[in-house]
Design a protein around this ligand. Structure first.
Ligand code: ASP
Length: 298
């Protein structure tokens, strides 16, 4: 039984229009990923496609639409994992790549290394035929506006990391017709982050994790997710208890010790789980029982 679950970030999604936009983007990605799985594609191909689609949509904080650093630059992180073989690729702090998730796949397939950062990642990309773009092309007017609001709030000393807006990191987990699992996550990070900051997304076992039994993609403040080792913890717990309890326990502990977050998870039995300790988590899923998204549960 094939299936895919995608997310478009955790936090607070303000306004009906934004909620709908997030849901629509998640639905499109889930549907495309599902079509691929139905046609016999691997889980890793499906999650890559779903994330690529969301990287191209301005409503999400990944690729085009990425949030900016305090110096108004773009620094994106991403990771793609094939749970069946354990092969993975990740990038950190890249600025000139249109679709970081595609570069993760090239690293996964072509390199003896797993993680590349900044200029080195871009050099690798260029060698492998990627066009290096002007990072300004990735910044939307809305992101500039959010940045200026953030500056104002910072001046008034009212930046509240707990009550933050959803930035819209994207992720996907899937199972294919051979029972193989995969996970992918891509992000511009957190709005106003200090240049050089790396989040949980490209860290295997933190924001992105997959093996033969489980695939996980997390979203929320990366520092909390890294401190909670969320991906690997869910993997361990899921061996001891049912999937949903495993997810809930890890999120509760991480929330209590560090702060709120959201995750999507799939296991080798094709069971899906999504959970959040933030106000919202944008997600959509599609499997043989149909399609659903976070708006259906409101
Ligand atoms: N986890 C991402 C990061 O910290 C941000 C997010 O999910 O909104 O880079």
């Amino acid at each position: 039984m094939v299936g895919i679950l995608v997310h478009g970030g955790a936090g607070t999604i303000t306004g009906e229009a934004r909620r709908q936009l997030s849901a629509d983007g998640c639905d499109t990605a889930a549907r495309e990923g599902y079509e691929l799985l139905k046609s016999g594609a691997s889980a890793v191909e499906a999650v890559k496609k779903a994330v690529e689609i969301m990287e191209n949509l301005p409503q999400f904080n990944a690729g085009y639409g990425s949030v900016i650093t305090e110096d108004q630059t773009v620094e994106m992180d991403a990771m793609l994992v094939d749970g069946a073989t354990g092969s993975l690729g990740g990038v950190m702090g890249v600025s000139r790549i249109k679709n970081p998730i595609l570069l993760c796949d090239t690293i996964r397939k072509e390199s003896k290394h797993i993680l590349f950062a900044g200029q080195g990642a871009e050099k690798f990309a260029e060698k492998h035929g990627y066009e290096l773009i002007n990072p300004e092309e990735l910044i939307t007017d809305r992101v500039r506006e959010r940045y200026h609001n953030w500056i104002k709030r910072r001046e008034n000393d009212s930046v509240d990391p707990e009550g933050r807006d959803k930035y819209g990191t994207v992720g996907a987990v899937a199972i294919d017709n051979q029972g193989r699992l995969a996970a992918a996550t891509s992000t511009g990070g957190t709005l106003g982050k200090v240049v050089g900051r790396i989040g949980d997304t490209p860290l295997f076992g933190a924001g992105t994790y997959a093996d033969q039994e489980i695939a996980v993609s997390a979203t929320g403040v990366g520092e909390y997710i890294i401190q909670g080792m969320v991906g690997i913890e869910i993997g361990y717990r899921a061996k001891q208890t049912d999937l949903y309890s495993a997810v809930k326990e890890v999120l509760d502990v991480t929330n209590e010790r560090f702060g709120p977050l959201g995750v999507i998870v799939i296991n080798a039995a094709g069971e899906l789980a999504f959970h959040k300790t933030t106000k919202d988590l944008a997600y959509s899923f599609m499997n043989e029982s149909g399609i659903g998204n976070f708006l259906d549960n409101e």
